[in-house]
Design a protein around this ligand. Structure first.
Ligand SMILES: NC(=O)c1ccc[n+]([C@@H]2O[C@H](COP(=O)([O-])OP(=O)(O)OC[C@H]3O[C@@H](n4cnc5c(N)ncnc54)[C@H](OP(=O)(O)O)[C@@H]3O)[C@@H](O)[C@H]2O)c1
Length: 404
């Protein structure tokens, strides 16, 4: 079954390189993804039973009621009909452009890509089967051809290109973002949308690569949706529909402000900055106390990512604790509040730095440089060369499913 699915996917990829429009039509007969075809067929059968029909709903999140939108509200035929007169113009083809664009294309929608001609993104778009003059255009031309302008340039580029792009976003078009960054921090970015277009947001809560892999597995990523400006009265509905189109499974309503504050905070905190800092601090103390690199790595990173963190993801923190020894449980229960107290001032400082725009200005300055790719790559190489991550390469190489 799995190999059949992967053969179908391979065939789709080959076909998509040759003739993206034909694939679009083929996919329209399929589903949210080829791999999900059978899953969706059976969920469609279930949806005929009234008690199991799901859709927009209010759920109790630890005592707070919140509205959640879900994909089953938008069967593929309805989705395609809704967007039948639209062209989704993806501007930028980084990680989100790749994931969102391919998913919307596989969902049978009219999608085009607009990027700098002959840049790295142009090359990647060609590799993914977008065809120059048909589905791949320079940025300005793609905006002119699109009705829904999906601004997926880097946040710094959204700001630097705005004076050129803004006049092209004319009445009747919709302006879409995947981050509240540009419009919320408008004093710094100077991105002020025209007053006669809907301005909406779908922000997947994960990398664009995950947006794509979850879609291919027939699952969907969690996304935040929000409306900045509703000219047509349909902005929220449109945001929900596009959320489904680009591969979301569940969508949580928020505002542009709350999305950008929480996102900038989270990625600098536990998701990326915090985790690297914690891993490194723990590893270094082990090494200073005579532990070998493999022991320090296994006890810091490997056990976390391969054993314990997936248990938190599956069933929560108490479940992970319960799966560990009583010795481990006692110690972790004692030390968790100490770590919380030590970290809390750092998180408070971080949140303040997000809210007052310090993080935005730093990002605009750094990522606005013409050398942003090389500059980021240099610093990431420094991480890659840290002993902890060099030790990790050897540990990973021993896994049975290791791929260099
Ligand atoms: N990645 C994530 O995990 C994630 C998650 C949720 C939301 N978002 C949001 O999604 C949006 C896109 O993010 P991303 O990670 O996909 O992309 P990104 O890596 O931040 O940006 C890449 C795109 O920006 C283009 N670009 C950069 N500088 C440019 C310039 N001066 N002129 C024209 N194009 C330029 C690049 O084209 P070239 O190749 O030609 O340089 C590339 O297509 C952002 O708003 C981001 O905050 C990202």
């Amino acid at each position: 079954m799995a190999s059949l699915a992967s053969r179908s996917l391979k065939a789709l990829r080959v076909a998509s390189r040759r003739a993206p429009r034909a694939v679009t039509q083929h996919a329209s007969a399929a589903s949210y993804s080829l791999l999900a075809r059978s899953a969706v067929a059976s969920s469609a059968r279930r949806a005929t039973t009234p008690n199991t029909v799901r859709g927009i709903k209010t759920l109790d999140f630890a005592g707070t009621e919140e509205v959640v939108y879900e994909r089953s509200d938008w069967p593929l035929a309805k989705l395609q009909d809704y967007f039948k007169n639209d062209t989704l113009a993806l501007i930028g083809y980084g990680s989100q452009g790749h994931g969102q664009g391919l998913n919307a294309r596989d969902n049978g929608l009219n999608v085009i890509v607009g990027v700098r001609e002959n840049g790295e993104s142009w090359r990647q778009a060609l590799e993914d089967g977008w065809v120059p003059g048909e589905t791949l255009f320079p940025i300005e031309e793609a905006i002119n051809r699109g009705t829904i302008i999906m601004n997926l340039l880097s946040d710094a580029a959204q700001s630097s290109t705005w004076p050129t792009l803004a006049p092209l976003i004319t009445k009747g078009k919709t302006l879409y973002f995947s981050h509240g960054f540009s419009v919320v921090y408008k004093e710094d970015t100077k991105v002020i949308p025209p007053t006669d277009v809907d301005v909406i947001l779908v922000a997947p809560k994960g990398s664009g690569r995950t947006v794509r892999t979850l879609f291919k597995e027939g699952r969907g990523i969690n996304s935040s949706i929000a409306v900045w400006q509703d000219v047509t009265g349909k902005a929220k509905e449109k945001a929900t529909a596009i959320g489904v189109a680009i591969g979301s499974g569940y969508m949580y309503e928020t505002t542009f402000e709350r999305e950008v504050y929480s996102d900038l905070y989270g990625e600098r905190g536990v998701l990326m900055g915090g985790i690297q800092g914690m891993f490194l601090a723990q590893y270094k103390v082990l090494r200073e106390n005579g532990h070998s690199p493999s022991e320090a790595f296994n006890e810091t990173v490997e056990e976390a990512t391969q054993s314990l963190f997936p248990l938190i993801g599956a069933k929560g923190m108490d479940y992970m604790y319960s799966a560990c020894s009583t010795t481990a449980r006692r110690g972790a229960l004692d030390w968790a509040p100490i770590f919380e107290a030590a970290n809390r001032p750092v998180f408070e400082k971080l949140y303040k730095s997000v809210r007052d725009g310090t993080e935005t200005r730093k990002s605009l300055e750094f990522n606005g440089r013409s050398t942003y790719r090389q500059d980021l790559a240099r610093e990431l190489k420094e991480i890659d060369e840290q002993e902890i991550w060099r030790a990790g390469k050897t540990v990973r190489s021993l896994r049975p499913d290791y791929k260099p």
